[in-house]
Design a binder for this molecule. Structure first.
Ligand code: NAI
Length: 502
């Protein structure tokens, strides 16, 4: 090795108590990067005993549809902490993603993804970038509730709950407060999804009032994402819904330097899982070229979570020093600062050899006695007092029909629906893919075989018997209903979106 090493600084005190943590090496590049990370942790003398688990491809092949054997569930819930290599999700065949299953089943509701630039050692388009994305981890379209409803139309349900919003948003504010951050930005698309994203935004405004020292802002996700890509300095901590957070954090990781450097902590009421943001990278698996840094940084978040800040800081500084010394894995190679391209194993050895050294240029991680772990402890319950139960009143129904008559003309469908409405209900609206086609549609609208037909009660109130009778009359009229949604008001406010154009 060409680089001269300095004299090690103060060694990390040796502890006798050992934490017990589960570790799953994962698939693809998982085993090689996990082994590299465990090598560094062992060399640093972390007071952790690792209990190996089998998750992923082998478990899928053994017949576990979610890739998680029973023994693994037991071990994870007993130990409470899992360090996980990336796992391949097999395509098709009814397999479920291990990652999504673990996050949802274990209630790991907050996914914390720091994205920090280490320019010039890891070239970045935004050298000063330092953004933490807190992604909601359980709800949204990731419930995986999807249906094919007609020959032409499929749907995916987006479910957002008030308690789900409360706990992840509170977690983001707590994270910001604990880490001396100045601002929390909420990103949603509530100009379009007024109820689902609207709820997330509303809860954000409510919780922000409890943190007056922190700046709180809301941005629409599209311009917010564009600004994150072009002006990341405008952001500090971002809290957002599951799908947006998934996409944003990969973009942010690449902007900061490389997807191979990004770590994530998935935290819940009593359990926590730490992993890299990237996947199992089958294209480079088994070649000893993968960058183990994302998983290493995740392991350092884990050590912090266990209260081992000093050890985490020591390893972090050795890692920074390795990057400064120009020992880079293939994904980081650049003309300006790379001195040698090293493999996964060699990179790990280089970090281990630098334990006790500090970076010379990059900001070191320091700890003192007053330091608290970066990750706030998780609340098992939402901490906002539940709102008084709203008065819920059924005022109508949306009936979705599979109707494929020649011409697909809403003007022909409407009289049949009006005839079936009976005396107590009236046909208010027909939409096709959310676009109003009756009354007053546009000839240009593409009509599929999927129709949403809204019936409202004549006197603003209906009961289930009326709604069932309507469905029977529709059936008698030869109209096939594939799904219904009752329409409710809550304290007089509609709990449903207005049809477009209303
Ligand atoms: P990927 O993240 O595995 O790979 C995307 C690209 O980044 C590839 O070119 C890969 O070579 C590169 N890359 C990823 N990690 C790297 C590293 N540490 N060092 C150097 N280069 C790296 O995404 P992809 O290909 O879409 O997914 C592969 C598999 O991983 C799929 O089965 C997917 O479901 C799974 N996956 C698992 C995740 C997890 O376990 N948390 C997260 C994301 C995907």
């Amino acid at each position: 090795m060409s680089t001269v090493l300095n004299t090690p600084l103060s060694p990390v005190p040796v502890k006798t108590h050992k934490h017990r943590v589960c570790v799953a090496r994962g698939d693809g590049i998982g085993p090689e990067i996990t082994d590299a990370v465990l090598h560094i942790l062992r060399e640093a003398g972390v007071p952790v005993e690792f209990e190996p688990l089998e998750l992923g491809e082998r478990a899928y092949r053994a017949g576990h549809a979610a890739g998680i054997p029973d023994a693994a569930w037991e071990a994870i819930t007993a130990r409470g902490v899992l360090l996980k290599g990336p796992i391949t999700t097999p395509q098709g065949g009814g397999y479920k993603s291990v990652n999504v299953t673990l996050r949802k089943a274990l209630g790991l509701y907050a996914n914390v993804r720091p994205c920090v630039a280490l320019h010039p050692y890891v070239p970045s388009q935004h050298p000063g970038m330092d953004v933490v994305i807190v992604r909601e981890n359980e709800e949204d379209t990731y419930g995986g509730i999807e249906h094919r409803q007609t020959g032409e139309v499929v749907q995916c349900l987006k479910l957002i709950s008030r308690p789900g919003c409360e706990r992840v948003i509170r977690y983001a504010f707590e994270y910001a407060r604990r880490n001396g951050r100045r601002k929390v930005s909420c990103l949603t698309k509530d100009n379009i999804m007024k109820l689902t994203d609207g709820l997330f935004h509303t809860v954000f405004e409510e919780i922000a009032r409890e943190y007056p020292e922190l700046e709180a802002e809301h941005r629409i996700i599209d311009i917010g994402a564009a600004r994150l890509a072009t002006r990341p300095r405008e952001f500090d901590v971002i809290v957002t819904l599951n799908l947006y957070g998934d996409i944003l954090s990969d973009i942010a990781a690449e902007l900061a330097g490389s997807i191979g450097m990004a770590a994530s902590a998935n935290v819940g009421g009593t359990l926590a899982m730490f992993e890299a943001v990237h996947g199992s990278a089958p294209d480079i698996a088994g070649k000893n070229v993968a960058n183990p840094s994302g998983l290493l940084l995740a392991a350092l978040m884990m050590l912090e979570h266990l209260g081992e800040q000093a050890t985490a800081a020591s390893i972090h500084n050795a890692w920074l020093r390795t990057l400064e010394d120009g020992l880079h894995t293939a994904d980081l190679m650049n003309e300006a600062t790379s001195k040698r391209c090293v493999g996964t194993r060699e990179f790990a050895h280089a970090v281990a050899m630098r334990l006790g050294l500090m970076p010379k240029v990059l900001k070191p991680r320091t700890v003192d006695d007053t330091d608290v772990p970066q990750l706030p402890p998780c609340a098992t319950r939402p901490s906002i007092a539940p709102a008084a139960r709203a008065e819920k009143r059924c005022v109508g129904i949306d009936v979705f029909l599979d109707w494929d008559a020649p011409g697909r003309d809403a003007a022909q469908l409407a009289p049949r629906l009006q005839a079936a409405a009976g005396a107590s209900l009236r046909l208010a609206l027909i939409t096709n893919r959310g676009v109003r086609v009756w009354p007053e549609g546009h000839a240009q609208t593409l009509c599929t075989d999927h129709w949403r037909c809204r019936f409202l009660a004549q006197d603003d109130h209906c009961d289930h018997a009326m709604l069932l009778a309507l469905q029977q009359r529709l059936l008698d009229a030869g109209l096939e209903s594939i799904k219904t949604e009752n329409l409710y008001t809550f304290d007089g406010k509609p709990g449903y979106s207005a049809g477009q154009g209303e």
